[in-house]
Write a protein that binds this ligand. Structure first.
Ligand SMILES: *Cc1c(COP(=O)(O)O)cnc(C)c1O
Length: 457
């Protein structure tokens, strides 16, 4: 094994070590095959083998705690990695899609994901979006009473095969990252279950509408502890049981328990695992897996994060006032959350030399800066890394979800190319997932074909 500062730690999971070795090989190959070089200083790499393994682990984890024959749809939260070939890869691995608007729905359809394996959730669906979803037969979770009234009108006017439900906020509290905690007392999502009169309103809403057959909840994302997620699911399970009891039949037949499994951004360990979460759910909400309910999950980050790497050239190495700075091409445009909220979103960085080999050497405290024109465009501050020099490379790790695929156009910095990789004999084979954006495309998307629009107004 080589001398990268970042190594799988002793969690005893051989898969994690394999993934690290594949990543080192892919970085080297990306440099050798010139996916990254002086003319292309930034790229996103996706580990196809790792993505398949995570999809398989998710399916196995839930199957192992469910009664035989339980219908389970794992719908990938498209916002985590909105790339059509990734959605197709997941579909081939038995994973559907959770979409939150017309763009994500179009991506899922372009990937060939069947409507029966697609779920639409979003807090601000327009009438046209709802009409389209119902015409297609896509499952819809309404967010609030006003949206439910829109569904009433649509269901009256045309038959639909769409399974329909309501999103409930169990109000079980928040996690470590306020912006990603969706089950606080005042969250903007869903019907707030513990508010006065809300529970009775919800039960009546179902009893009055025999076509409401699902309940949905999503307690939050990164930073929410598993125990809190399980409590959120338990609340919604109990509500389903109450509705069914009062209806005198199994009206609610499917529970959508959302996503949110956190990712360990501090090491190469996959922790927690899907198996741990599934076992916890089976303990806290045993009825969930008894076979009376179909299940939908909506994991995003945990399926993709560990399988993506941003690879960037170090353009310059400099120092200022005793502070050592590596100026790279990876900054706010691909790691927006990390740059604006570094305490909540730390990322690991690994150093590689000009040939893409893990860079040895004693740790030297330095800052890793991005290319954008503001002082705060830093991916890491005061990090001990091998001394980085111009022409070296940095890999920004665990960036397969919510990072390079969700570009931020600051400084008109180009979207990087994204390449999937597999091992092939002794080497690495790449496929282009997304071409790098060209300068011509940037101009075109910035009104380039109407330069005189304002002077001639
Ligand atoms: C974002 C989101 C998810 C996915 O969350 P992850 O933390 O990426 O697993 C699932 N469901 C809904 C409704 C979401 O908004």
């Amino acid at each position: 094994m080589s001398g990268t500062a970042v190594r799988a730690t002793g969690h005893g999971d051989g898969d994690d070590g394999e993934r690290v070795a594949r990543r080192d090989d892919a970085v080297r190959a990306a440099v050798e095959q010139r996916l990254v070089g002086p003319g292309a200083p930034l790229a996103g790499l996706l580990d196809v083998t790792g993505i398949r393994a995570s999809a398989a682990a998710l399916r196995a984890a839930f199957e192992s705690v469910s009664a035989p024959g339980t219908e389970i749809l794992h719908a990938f939260a498209v916002k985590a990695t909105p790339l059509v070939p990734v959605l197709r890869l997941l579909h081939a691995a038995g994973i559907g899609a959770e979409v939150a608007g017309p763009g994500e729905l179009a991506l899922a359809r372009a990937a060939g994901i069947p409507v029966a394996r697609t779920v639409l959730d979003s807090p601000a669906k327009t009438p046209a979006e709802l009409r389209e979803a119902l015409a297609l037969g896509i499952a819809v979770n309404a967010d609030n009473p006003q949206e439910l009234a829109r569904l009433d009108a649509l269901v009256r006017s045309a038959a639909t095969r769409s399974p329909l439900g309501l999103r409930v906020n169990p109000q079980v509290g928040g996690g470590a990252i306020e912006a990603l905690s969706t089950a606080t007392a005042t969250s903007k999502f869903g019907v707030a279950l513990q508010d006065e009169g809300a529970r009775e309103w919800l039960v009546r809403a179902y009893l009055d509408r025999p076509w409401l057959t699902r309940l949905h909840t999503h307690t939050g994302s990164q930073g929410v502890p598993l125990s809190l997620m399980a409590r959120g699911v338990a609340e919604v399970y109990q509500l389903a049981e109450e509705i069914n009891r009062r209806a005198g039949r199994q009206q609610v037949d499917t529970l959508d328990i959302g996503g949110g499994l956190p990712v360990d951004f501090g090491s190469d360990a996959t922790a927690p695992t899907y198996a741990q979460y599934a076992r916890l759910l089976a303990e806290v909400v045993p009825g969930l897996f008894g076979g009376r309910y179909g299940l939908v999950t909506e994991f995003g980050r945990s399926l993709l994060a560990k399988h993506g790497t941003v690879l960037a050239r170090v353009e310059y190495a400099k120092s200022a006032g005793g502070r050592r700075i590596a100026v790279t091409h990876a900054g706010v445009q691909i790691a927006t959350r990390t740059v604006y909220a570094p305490a909540s979103w730390p990322l690991r960085i690994a150093g590689y030399d000009a040939k893409g080999r893990p860079k040895p050497g004693p740790g030297v405290v330095q800052d890793i800066a991005g290319p954008a024109c503001f002082a705060g465009d830093l991916l890491a501050e005061g990090r001990a890394l091998p001394p980085l020099d111009q022409g070296d490379h940095v890999a920004v790790l665990d960036t397969g979800a919510y990072y390079f695929a969700a570009h931020y156009a600051y400084n008109s910095l180009a979207r990087p190319g994204v390449y999937g990789f597999v091992r092939d004999g002794g080497g690495i084979r790449f496929a282009t997932v997304r071409e790098p954006q060209t300068v011509q495309e940037i101009v075109a998307e910035s009104g380039g074909d109407r330069a005189a629009a304002l002077t001639e107004l």
